[in-house]
Design a protein around this ligand. Structure first.
Ligand SMILES: *[C@@H]1O[C@H](CO)[C@@H](O)[C@H](O)[C@H]1NC(C)=O
Ligand SMILES: *[C@@H]1O[C@H](CO)[C@@H](O)[C@H](O)[C@H]1NC(C)=O
Length: 463
């Protein structure tokens, strides 16, 4: 192929890529929980505009059915998961009540607002009381039939569980649900989910399982991994271990075919003096590692290649949350829309969120140079870069004399064998060797600078 043909092929690919980017970011990104326990949070319309224009986030999850938020997200293309308040569970068992509830809370907004999940209560088994637990599955069934009778199909009815439903999770192969909840509550839930083809939703928090000795394992940082001697699978992070523990427990009840979804997971970026794990680098490493893992589509050791719906907790720091300082600092963003740290979810190279209205008080912080003194930086492929773009980055860097041995078969960075992982490795090598200028990580807008180490397992990224 001569040069001009290559050029025009490249233009076509670029054009096709742009279309794919626009298409796929709309259905294929990580979600966030939009909690509203703050007295300084921006109005929902600004939040909707911000998420749509400045980030790749295409799904939000609410802890209620706030009509202002549902209205604000109409026509944005962003999926919205809503939560029925726990107290409604006994009422919803009555099908007429469920139909009225749907008529009042869902019908007025659907389908202009892309409601994708109705979660019946939040962590009901964990928090109780028993009459809510006892009515949970009946309420889900009743709500599901009310939706169908109202002409609404394609909305998943499920409920999010705290991982206290597990008796143990380590090693995953020996995991099982707590006796009492297993047959009595979880099996009927799973039966309903199988019948309605909805996922089993859990809230795994390696944050709660953290210990300084296992810091790297909890934070998606390079580590030797932990082998499950029964399945002979090696785990390099706690998130995978928890998901596989849930999957094994479902399978032991006979429901290994039901999908898994992650309703909440996250890490606080600040805490009290007795919470040393709550730092910006730790939060950036955990949530950034999760986003990277999600984008690579590698699944878990027992569910390889499986893509889960995942909702990070949470969108904003929420100053009215009670408890320790950490509780108020789970947000990816401050109330003025400035990112607390970068996890590669901003659109565009500059990645500076313009404030949607002039009312937001403080200036934005550019996320490409996070204000963390002495912190290292790496270059990785952006979430929205296409395989074609990534391949052309690999071809370019490797043709310029960079060492691309690590991404060859048997190289330390061959696994995971994806264009995204390989491109990130070589793009970073280029960026580091050229002196870490921001423009050395541009790659026609497909590179992003991050402040968490993308190294994984034996694969060590240059610094
Ligand atoms: C409902 O859940 C199923 C199973 O996980 C999933 O394939 C489907 O996309 C979900 N529907 C929506 C609207 O999110
Ligand atoms: C990155 O590349 C894009 C496309 O080639 C260009 O428009 C943009 O100005 C570049 N940004 C920087 C910071 O060099």
């Amino acid at each position: 192929m001569d040069f001009s043909n290559r050029q025009s092929l490249f233009s076509v690919l670029l054009f096709v890529s742009i279309i794919f980017v626009q298409h796929f970011t709309a259905v294929n990104s990580i979600g966030v929980n939009y909690g509203t326990l703050g007295n300084n949070l921006p109005p929902p319309a600004q939040v909707a505009q911000f998420l749509k224009e400045k980030t790749t986030i295409d799904k939000i999850k609410l802890f209620d059915v706030n009509p202002d938020i549902l209205r604000a997200f109409a026509g944005t293309g962003i999926f919205v998961a809503v939560t029925v308040p726990n107290g409604e569970i006994p009422n919803l068992v009555d099908v007429r009540y469920a139909r009225r509830w749907v008529a009042n809370n869902i019908k007025p907004f659907y389908p202009q607002t892309k409601i994708n999940y109705i979660l019946v209560g939040n962590e009901v088994l964990h928090w109780g009381p028993q009459n809510l637990v006892d009515n949970l599955v009946a309420a889900m069934r009743s709500l599901h039939s009310a939706l169908i009778r109202s002409g609404i199909s394609g909305v998943n009815v499920t409920t999010a569980h705290a991982l206290s439903i597990l008796e143990s999770s380590d090693p995953p192969s020996l995991a099982k649900f707590r006796p009492g909840w297993d047959i009595g509550d979880l099996a009927p839930t799973l039966k309903f989910l199988r019948e309605t083809r909805s996922p089993f939703m859990v809230n795994p928090y390696p944050y709660f399982g953290y210990s300084p000795e296992q810091a790297n394992f909890a934070l998606f940082k390079p580590n030797r991994g932990i082998r499950d001697r029964f399945t002979k699978r090696t785990y390099t992070n706690m998130f995978d271990q928890l998901i596989d523990a849930v999957y094994v427990s479902m399978k032991k009840l006979g429901y290994g075919d039901v999908d898994v979804a992650v309703g909440e997971t996250g890490w606080a970026s600040a805490g009290d003096s007795f919470e040393p794990k709550c730092t910006i680098p730790n939060a950036a490493s955990y949530n950034g590692g999760l986003v990277k893992k999600y984008n690579q589509g590698i699944g878990t050791p027992l569910l390889p290649g499986r893509k889960f719906d995942i909702y990070i907790f949470s969108l904003f720091n929420e100053n009215l949350k009670s408890g320790a300082t950490s509780e108020k600092n789970f947000g990816l963003f401050r109330p003025d829309f400035t990112p607390v740290y970068d996890i590669g979810i901003m659109r565009g190279t500059a990645a500076v969120p313009n404030k949607p209205t002039p009312s937001a008080p403080t200036p934005s912080t550019p996320v490409s140079t996070p204000p963390i003194p002495g912190n290292k930086k790496w270059c990785v492929a952006k979430a929205e870069a296409t395989d074609e773009q990534l391949q052309s980055n690999i071809d370019y860097v490797c043709s310029q004399g960079m060492d691309c041995g690590p991404i060859q078969p048997n190289g330390a960075c061959f696994d995971p064998n994806t264009k995204r992982a390989h491109a990130s490795y070589v793009m970073n090598s280029w960026y580091q060797s050229k002196g870490r200028n921001d423009f050395d990580c541009n790659f026609s807008g497909t590179g992003a600078i991050v402040n968490s180490d993308p190294s994984h397992g034996p694969c060590s990224f240059l610094t």
